[in-house]
Design a protein around this ligand. Structure first.
Ligand SMILES: Nc1ncnc2c1ncn2[C@@H]1O[C@H](COP(=O)(O)OP(=O)(O)OP(=O)(O)O)[C@@H](O)[C@H]1O
Length: 266
């Protein structure tokens, strides 16, 4: 029998990513020597100062960007481009305005040419899971920002990815809706146990959601620290007021402040 315990879900090995500005001929090293491993079912958050390569890392995992050096392995296979095994939730819900909720949720499987009675059932399941049962025939303009992000999440889940990538999905929401969506995501993740990587600028969001927080530093982007969040699950928002939670937030703040100071931002 294969020993799956010892094989991480995702592994980044000696990863470098360099961009070339074709106009100036100058190179920007966005990521340098990223070594990390993520286990099946983990929820990972990445935080770090602006420009430390968080989005670059996610875009490399999704397969939009090719490493300049090193590699990323998903289920022990090298990522060489986008694939059906990964889906991404972006900051903006990017829903198709002429499609209702159900058809927007089905859009991902449709692109993958997997539209079937089974995937319709899955769409229904995830619409219910994200709390939109009864809104299947509503159009995006009839939904709040939080509801639109729920549609986006249901669409990403309906393709049944092996890895879910979320790039600041709540940053456009007002503070109250954002907190509510964090709580909802904790609940949805506990139901799906989908291996997830979530980028955020908000440290308390990272601590609330994550099993581990990766703190990145800039110039060039690198992994500064990998912090295990030892807080009980299920988590409720009131945990954010507990001393143990606030200690994690302080520690991460300190690390980011140090990194920002190195860049001359602090
Ligand atoms: N297409 C590109 N061409 C050239 N340089 C780029 C490109 N995309 C990103 N960069 C540079 O790579 C570095 C990392 O950018 P990236 O967007 O990954 O950082 P980030 O941590 O996600 O930033 P933010 O928190 O501000 O969203 C930055 O110096 C940025 O200017």
């Amino acid at each position: 029998m294969k020993d799956t315990q010892s094989i991480p879900k995702l592994q980044s090995q000696f990863l470098d990513v360099t961009y070339m500005n074709h106009k100036t001929g100058q190179e920007v090293t966005a990521l340098k020597n990223i070594n990390l491993a993520i286990q099946e079912g983990e929820f990972i958050c990445i935080v770090g100062p602006s420009g430390c390569g968080k989005t670059t890392f996610l875009n490399t995992v999704i397969g939009f960007i090719e490493p300049s050096n090193g590699s990323i392995l998903l289920d022990n296979k090298k990522i060489v481009g986008p694939g059906k095994d990964r889906s991404m939730v972006f900051q903006s819900p990017s829903l198709l305005p002429w499609r209702n909720v159900m058809d927007n949720v089905l859009y991902g499987v449709e692109l993958q040419k997997r539209l079937s009675p089974d995937t319709r059932e899955l769409a229904k399941t995830y619409i219910e899971m994200v709390g939109l049962k009864g809104f299947e025939s509503h159009y995006p303009h009839e939904l709040s920002g939080g509801m639109q992000q729920r549609v986006n999440l249901a669409r990403a889940l309906t393709v049944e990815p092996s890895l879910l990538l979320l790039d600041e999905p709540f940053s456009a929401l007002d503070a109250q809706t954002r907190e509510f969506m964090q709580q909802e995501l904790v609940r949805i993740w506990s139901e799906t146990k989908k291996t997830s990587i979530f980028i955020t600028h908000q440290i308390d969001e990272a601590v609330f959601l994550a099993d581990r927080v990766f703190v990145f530093g800039a110039r060039p982007g690198h992994l500064v620290e990998d912090i295990s969040i030892d807080l009980v699950r299920p988590r409720e928002l009131k945990i954010k007021r507990e001393p143990h939670f606030l200690q994690y937030v302080d520690r991460i703040w300190q690390l980011i402040e140090n990194e920002s100071a190195k860049q001359g931002f602090a």
